[in-house]
Design a protein around this ligand. Structure first.
Ligand SMILES: [Zn+2]
Ligand SMILES: [Zn+2]
Length: 395
């Protein structure tokens, strides 16, 4: 029987798994229940299993006919601090926590790919390392797993990951043979002025005024400093200051994110960011403290892996719509696992507009069409077999 048919037979089980994880969402580095189920299932499949990597991460290794090459398959496990509003029978049982990005589906797909490939060990020309990762949502889970040595022992030759994609319908697949997701940085700006009575501004230094000037001026980076044909985003997303209507506060704190694809574009944004924040703050009489840290690298897919995966999707899914031009300023910490080895990040269309399953990622009503999951299992399993067999980029 073909892998695709075997995956389709597993459909009910995949959905049952996904709904169980959906009911029990866990935030980054707290994925204890999820990781426990993952470890138990991988162990039952006869894999070498390691737990507690970067807190709650799990690794399962399955060896085929030979040890090399080694393919890493990564699935993220964390949920978000959102109160679910889907009203689904399998909705979150923990108020304020929700699988609103689809990582519940990723765990279910990952475990199903593991089951499928464990049954086809004899078809594997190398080793597969299943990586179930904590804290993708800004928690730095992938970086921590890489630091913990997830790319070594055995040394990884290729990495592959996936994401359900609710901007696009079931049957759509995003496979861009190059840069597909932006690199992300997180910033925080602390502005210190001098507190005063709201009626006597001349006796103080107003950090709120400095904050507003900085927020406006930062928008000139993308509009005035970056080549309009390049991509960059600078977003201030939190503004915190003040405690009462009649007090000019001592402090204002801004946080936000910068997204870019190219290192040289980021360098330019970074230079202007410091110049604007420091100098506008000084001009307004405030002191500034800036923290700017990398959250993710850009996701840059390997053309050979993408070409192989594109063939697999075309063969397995008759009416697949393959989007080789997909690009988003969204970011993914899977990029840490494809920094040193060729990688491929597959985006799987999961929306169904007719059924109202097309809310965006991180929305309280986010839900997917589960018909997207079994084909994703088949594609990843078949892709894994072929990557190990053909060992692309090795000549
Ligand atoms: Zn997300
Ligand atoms: Zn996500």
């Amino acid at each position: 029987m073909k892998l695709f048919d075997e995956a389709m037979i597993m459909q009910d089980e995949i959905i049952r798994l996904r709904r169980d994880f959906h009911r029990h969402p866990e935030l980054g580095f707290e994925e204890v229940r999820t990781a426990g189920i993952v470890a138990q299932q991988l162990t039952a499949l006869g894999m070498e299993v390691k737990t507690g990597i970067a807190e709650t991460g799990v690794i399962g290794i399955i060896r085929g006919k030979s040890d090399a090459p080694v393919l890493l398959l990564r699935f993220d496990m964390d949920a978000l601090p959102i109160l679910e509003e889907t009203g689904a029978p399998y909705a979150s049982e923990t108020p304020g926590k929700m699988h609103a990005c689809g990582h519940d589906s990723h765990v279910a797909v990952g475990l199903s790919v593991a089951k499928l490939l464990a049954a086809h060990k004899e078809d594997l020309a190398g080793t597969i390392k299943f990586v179930f990762q904590p804290a993708e949502e800004g928690g730095g889970g992938a970086e921590r797993m890489v630091e913990a040595g997830v790319l070594d022992n055995p040394k990884v030759d290729y990495s592959m990951g996936m994401h359900v994609w609710n901007d696009k319908p079931v049957g759509w697949f995003g496979l861009n043979p190059g840069p597909s997701m932006a690199g992300g940085h997180i910033f925080s700006i602390k502005l210190t002025g001098k507190g005063a009575h709201g009626a006597s501004p001349h006796q103080g230094i107003d950090p709120i005024m400095a904050a507003t000037q900085i927020i406006s001026s930062l928008q000139t980076i993308t509009s005035r400093n970056i080549n309009p044909l390049e991509s960059a985003v600078v977003s201030v997303c939190t503004v915190n200051a003040g405690s009462a209507f009649n007090i000019i506060p001592q402090e204002a704190v801004l946080t936000g994110t910068i997204r870019t694809f190219k290192p040289e574009v980021f360098e330019k944004v970074q230079t202007r960011f410091y110049e604007i924040v420091e100098n506008v703050a000084t001009a307004m009489g405030c002191q500034s403290e800036i923290s700017l840290t990398r959250m993710t690298y850009p996701v840059i897919n390997d053309p050979e892996l993408v070409s192989l995966m594109t063939d697999v999707v075309k063969e397995l899914v008759a009416d697949a719509k393959i989007d080789a031009a997909i690009q988003t300023m969204g970011s993914e910490d899977f990029s840490f696992m494809m920094q040193d080895v060729p990688g491929c990040f597959l985006m799987v269309g999961s929306a169904n507009k007719e059924r109202g399953l097309d809310y965006g990622h991180h929305h309280p009503k986010f839900d997917i069409d589960e018909a997207s999951l079994a084909p994703a299992v088949a594609i990843l399993a078949e892709g894994a077999i072929r990557i190990l067999e053909s060992h692309p980029n090795s000549k």
